[in-house]
Each structure stands twice: as structure tokens, then as C-alpha cells.
Design a protein around this ligand. Structure first.
Ligand code: OMP
Length: 213
């Protein structure tokens, strides 16, 4: 595991973003863990988070023209990533976001920031069934841009509608590459080496057996 991945998991645990217990997901599955990105709620959290997204992006070696943060949760994530790419990797990339409600005065439209043009990289927190990402796909297409890739914080590595992972299904159907800061397996590796968290391993393994892809 890379240093930024360890740092990310530690921040998520210390902020209660990553919790163990019993949680009903949007899919109806009952999961032994939950990731709530909204808990990264201070300036320092956001700076660390942006740095982790930027590291993962640079590691993946993906080229793109514009970072896109889908409303609402993706907005601070794309902003923090753009700032970290500039301050830590000397890459000054344009970024933009959408608003959910259309504005008919002032500058109009539902996009704010840089023009949504060229190869788009979407920044978001989690993809489970891929519902949210498909809405962004439509918006990107409407604007004549090319949806190239997405980066998320956590890849839960779960089955989608069939036997393949939801991520693989979304990658195939939308024709994009999806990368993540950490995966379910990274998380498992981390908790295996943590005396306090070890107790959650059986439930995590059981869940992976049932829903893992
Ligand atoms: P999709 O739009 O189906 O891809 O699901 C993404 C959503 O799952 C997120 O926006 C959350 O509402 C929710 N979610 C989490 O945020 N964290 C998790 O660990 C699991 C879920 C989930 O419900 O699957």
C-alpha cells in the first residue's frame, strides 16, 4: 500500500467517515461497513483528501482536459483535487461543476467554472450501482465533451447487476476507466494489521463472499 493510501484510510477512520457495523445500502444490501465522505468536513481534511485524489490520478497516469465535480458531493472533491494537482504536482488543470437547478438569469445554464470540453475526468466519492455516474454521463454528452475517466475515493469491489463488479459494468457501458484511491482489498489489508479493527474481518470476508466481484 502506498503512503497516501494509508494516510487516506487513517483520516477516514479518525473522522468516522469509515464506520463498521451494520448499514443498509442504496442497493438494499446490508453492509458491515460504510463510507460517508461528508465527514471530511474541515479545511485540513479537504486538503489531505485532495492530495490523495491527486496522487491516485498521477499514479494512474491518465491524461484529461477538465476535472468535473458532479453536484453536490463532487464539487468540493474536484476543487480540492485541482488545488492539490497544482500545488503538489505542478499541473494547472481547469475544473468545473454543475448545479442541480437550472438558472435562467445572469450567466445562465447549469455549469459553473471552466467549459466542459475535451476529455473529462469526473471526481466523486463512491460508485455502488453507478446510478449517479450515469446522470453525469448524460450531462457530459449534452455538452459535446468526451467522458474519459472517473476517480472515486473507495472502490467497494461489489457485484453490479450481474456477476461482474458494478465498476466493471459502468466502465464497459459508459466506455470509461474508473480509478480509486483505495479498494475494499486495501481496506481489508489495513484492518488485518490493526489490533483494534481485526474483529471486523469475519464480517468483511462474509460480505465479500456474498457480494464481492
Ligand atoms: P450509486 O449512485 O448507485 O453508484 O451509489 C452511490 C451512492 O451510494 C453514494 O452517493 C451514497 O449515497 C451511497 N453509499 C455511500 O456513500 N457509501 C457507501 O459505503 C455505500 C453507499 C451505498 O449506499 O451503496
Amino acid at each position: 500500500m502506498q503512503e497516501y493510501q494509508r494516510k487516506f484510510i487513517e483520516l477516514a477512520l479518525s473522522k468516522g467517515v469509515l464506520k463498521f457495523g451494520s448499514f443498509v445500502l442504496k442497493s438494499g444490501r446490508t453492509s458491515p461497513y460504510f463510507f460517508n465522505a461528508g465527514g471530511f468536513n474541515t479545511g485540513e481534511d479537504l486538503a489531505t483528501l485532495g492530495s490523495c485524489y491527486a496522487h491516485a490520478l498521477v499514479d494512474a497516469g491518465i491524461s484529461f482536459d477538465v476535472l468535473f465535480g458532479p453536484a453536490y458531493k463532487g464539487i468540493p472533491l474536484a476543487c480540492a483535487t485541482a488545488m492539490a494537482l497544482s500545488s503538489e504536482h505542478n499541473r494547472n488543470v481547469p475544473w468545473c461543476f454543475n448545479r442541480k437547478e437550472k438558472k435562467d438569469h445572469g450567466e445562465g445554464g447549469n455549469l459553473v467554472g471552466a467549459p466542459l470540453k475535451g476529455d473529462i475526468l469526473l471526481v466523486d466519492d463512491v460508485i455502488t450501482a453507478g446510478t449517479a455516474i450515469r446522470e453525469s454521463e448524460a450531462l457530459i454528452k449534452e455538452n459535446g465533451a468526451h467522458f474519459k475517466a472517473a476517480i472515486i475515493a473507495l472502490n467497494r469491489m461489489e457485484k453490479g447487476k450481474g456477476e461482474k463488479s458494478a465498476i466493471a459494468e459502468a466502465e464497459e457501458q459508459i466506455g470509461i476507466k474508473i480509478i480509486s484511491i483505495v479498494t475494499f482489498d486495501d481496506l481489508l489489508k489495513y484492518i488485518e494489521n490493526d489490533d483494534k479493527l481485526k474483529e471486523h474481518i469475519p464480517a468483511m470476508l462474509k460480505y465479500r463472499k456474498q457480494y464481492g466481484a
